[in-house]
Write a protein that binds this ligand. Structure first.
Ligand SMILES: NC(=O)c1ccc[n+]([C@@H]2O[C@H](COP(=O)([O-])OP(=O)(O)OC[C@H]3O[C@@H](n4cnc5c(N)ncnc54)[C@H](O)[C@@H]3O)[C@@H](O)[C@H]2O)c1
Length: 337
């Protein structure tokens, strides 16, 4: 039996805590020995202790020189990802990094060159690839059930908009939210996006508009294999987190619908009611967050393929092209690896 992979988690915010809990309760073959966060407080220490993580420190650099750490999970804010990835790789640590690696393609390329030279595993946190519904859709394409892919439709709508301060630093709808959908488009079709045309509007929250962002968008995609696609995004769906996809091809149409807390419906004289979709990404994608980490362990131990360089880079290139298309009103060719 191979020894446990010893992991340090960098960043103890929303997603860092999710990963800490999953790694210590639902992923085999790992030990989380330390969490780092410059703003680590009693609450983080208590959560860590509850899950058997006895060390909580402020400076991530302390763990890069620690020979008892094999891998790091980077869960700090986006603008720190590239620097920490490079430093960790140069220290010989395998890296799992939350999306996006950076918002600048040149920085992403340089960072991943360092990773390659260091010979460590790198995985980018596109968790939706590990979702049961989207995996089954992909499988229907791989096994030929769908035939040649002609059309892709993705609906991706949040239940509530983020605060305007978040929009200010996150990179906006295309780079922060739709980036998951751009990766999903590449994953589901198995083809690269070559051109996009984006339309956007501010219909949910004027404060988002004042930050120079949009809260509603439609992106049309052209794929290398000739297929066409469309993604619709909204920051507010009154009925909950709306996450659906459809792949239409020469033999069949495969589609997935939302997960709900139960499948019970109530029919009465007024009509038929069933439950809303699971609230947001923490609920809807809970299992995918554990599953992506199980594959990270397999990637380190057995060389299983995980979303890496192309996923990290091409998703950002699509997002930047969509931003440019919104600004110019024109279709924009997408640069890609
Ligand atoms: N895959 C997904 O669905 C998903 C979901 C949420 C967030 N994310 C990504 O995860 C990252 C973090 O998001 P979040 O929502 O957890 O943010 P957050 O603000 O809740 O947490 C970030 C944490 O990092 C800490 N931090 C800041 N600088 C640090 C440093 N140098 N070293 C270590 N920790 C540092 C902060 O103190 C904070 O506790 C973002 O890049 C975001 O895009 C991905």
């Amino acid at each position: 039996m191979s020894k446990n992979l010893r992991i340090g988690i960098i960043g103890g915010g929303r997603i860092g805590k999710v990963h800490a809990i999953n790694l210590t309760t639902r992923v085999a073959g790992v030990e989380v020995t330390v969490m780092t966060d410059p703003f680590a407080n009693k609450e983080l220490e208590a959560l860590a202790a509850d899950y058997g993580i006895t060390r909580v420190i402020k400076d991530y650099r302390e763990i890069l020189g620690d020979p008892d750490i094999d891998a790091v999970l980077i869960c700090s804010p986006t603008d720190t990802h590239a620097t920490i990835t490079r430093e960790a790789a140069m220290a010989g640590k395998h890296v799992f990094c939350e999306k996006p690696l950076d918002q600048d393609p040149d920085v992403i390329r340089k960072t991943l060159d360092v990773v390659k030279q260091a010979g460590v595993i790198f995985q980018i946190g596109f968790n939706r690839r590990f979702d049961h519904n989207f995996r089954a859709l992909r499988q229907a394409v791989i096994d030929g059930s769908v035939g040649d892919v002609h059309l892709l439709r993705i609906t991706s709508r949040d239940p509530e908009p983020p605060p305007a301060e978040y929009v200010r630093v996150s990179g906006g709808l295309f780079l922060d939210m739709a980036i998951h959908d751009f990766d999903m488009a590449r994953y589901l079709t198995g083809s690269e996006v070559v051109k996009v045309h984006a339309a956007g509007a501010v219909l949910v929250d004027p404060a988002i508009g004042r930050e120079g962002d949009i809260d509603t968008a439609i992106t049309t995609l052209w794929f290398e294999n000739g297929a066409l696609g469309v993604i619709d995004n909204s920051r507010k769906a009154t009925y909950g987190y709306d996450q659906r996809a459809e792949v239409f091809g020469s033999r069949a149409c495969a589609s997935s619908t939302n997960d709900t807390p139960t499948t019970v419906s109530l029919s009465d004289a007024e009509g038929v009611r069933s439950e809303k979709p699971l609230f947001f990404f923490l609920e809807r994608y809970a299992e995918s967050f554990a599953e992506e980490l199980r594959d990270f362990v397999k990637a380190v131990n057995d060389g299983v393929e995980v979303p890496g360089r192309k996923a990290a880079l091409n998703s950002v290139l699509i997002a930047l092209a969509a931003k440019k298309s919104l600004e110019t009103g024109l279709p924009v060719e997408v640069d890609r690896e």
